[in-house]
Design a protein around this ligand. Structure first.
Ligand code: BT5
Length: 324
């Protein structure tokens, strides 16, 4: 009901009377008034003039389903969004929903996370009201080998979405960190559940620093936000929708990199042509990153040998020592 009033207000630049709202929505005048009051509490600036009615003057920077839907052009991703004011982790929440049977495309977004997750049990700092903490559920009907590059494709989608949205030159640090001027603006955590021959579900978790004005000592050297990079506050709902739009487009042809997406990934990947030190489980591997394959693996040149790595934590170095 509140959403219906908001939708009606968003659809016009003229004042609408309480009476016409109550008639068109089939509710009482009192219910309309209650909805207006509640929207104002959420931060919507709604002017009201006797004998004219209500006019929406400004919407708050809220990650609500309605605010996001205004900019969403997807067929399935984010068609239903669970929008939370606080959660431990959107990935954890969505994995639980997936186990309970949630549908392909369901997205969970939160204004903050109390226990945001990075890879390998690390933490993702998720402050209130300034970032995007978004998880999307995919249920592709394919074997696990066919989703090898889902993380890289997601990173590519987010990087392209950010570059199209704000005046920045974001790059991908393989496999899927998004950096602006070498500092991390976005991290992606992909979690999958599979049977031996079929994927059950994939949860893509995306954390973006959007309007952060500063970072604490622990992150100030390595993190940035879109605000810190552009000097401008950004509309988070619009960015969230832009990401869902791009994600759906990039994942439309499967979960491996094809010729086009591979070219795009390589052109945006700052890891290529760098000397890297990769920590993969218990092993530390060094070499020159020379290529990426369709499975999203990084190809390292070690002397005359080529070595593919599919996951890991990498550090890059300016080329002072040639491995080739
Ligand atoms: C990642 O892990 O970068 C994946 C982060 C994914 C977060 C999203 S938010 C929505 C969804 N729900 C979740 O619970 N998670 C996902 P990793 O590559 O392991 O990087 C983690 C490291 O990045 C930390 O150890 C810090 O050094 C650094 N870090 C933590 N918070 C950061 C932030 N806000 N901005 C930049 N760097 C951060």
């Amino acid at each position: 009901m509140k959403n219906d009033v908001l939708k009606a207000l968003k659809h016009t630049t003229e004042y609408i009377s309480g009476e016409s709202l109550s008639k068109s929505l089939g509710v009482s005048r009192a219910a309309v008034w209650k909805a207006i009051k509640s929207l104002r509490t959420d931060g919507y600036i709604i002017d009201s003039v006797t004998n004219k009615g209500y006019l929406l003057q400004r919407s708050p920077d809220l990650l609500s389903e309605l605010e996001i839907a205004e900019y969403l052009h997807t067929k399935t991703l984010g068609k239903r969004i669970i929008s939370l004011s606080e959660v431990d982790s959107t990935n954890r929440y969505l994995k639980k929903s997936a186990l309970e049977g949630a549908e392909h495309g369901l997205a969970v977004i939160s204004e903050m996370q109390t226990d945001g997750k990075g890879r390998l049990q690390r933490n993702w700092q998720s402050n209130q009201g300034i970032g995007i903490y978004l998880s999307v559920l995919l249920r592709p009907y394919v074997p696990p080998s066919d989703i090898a590059a889902v993380t890289q494709l997601s990173g590519l989608a987010v990087c392209k979405a950010i570059n199209g949205f704000a005046d920045v030159n974001a790059k991908i640090k393989w496999p899927n960190d998004i950096l602006i001027n070498g500092k991390k603006v976005c991290g992606i955590l992909t979690e999958t559940s599979s049977q031996a021959d079929m994927v059950d579900f994939i949860v893509i978790g995306i954390g973006i620093n959007v309007n952060n004005e500063f970072f604490g000592d622990d992150l100030s050297e390595k993190a940035t936000s879109l605000f810190l990079s552009t000097g401008q506050k950004q509309n988070r709902a619009k960015l969230a929708a832009t990401i869902l739009n791009k994600l759906e487009q990039m994942l439309a042809n499967g979960f491996l990199l094809n010729d086009d997406s591979l070219l795009e990934y390589k052109s945006l990947c700052s890891t290529i042509n760098q000397n890297v030190l990769a920590v993969c489980g218990n092993e530390t591997i060094s070499g020159k990153a020379v290529d990426i394959n369709s499975r999203g693996e990084l190809i390292l040149l070690q002397g005359k040998e080529m070595r593919c790595i599919s996951c890991g934590e990498i550090n890059t170095f300016a080329i002072t020592k040639e491995y080739s």
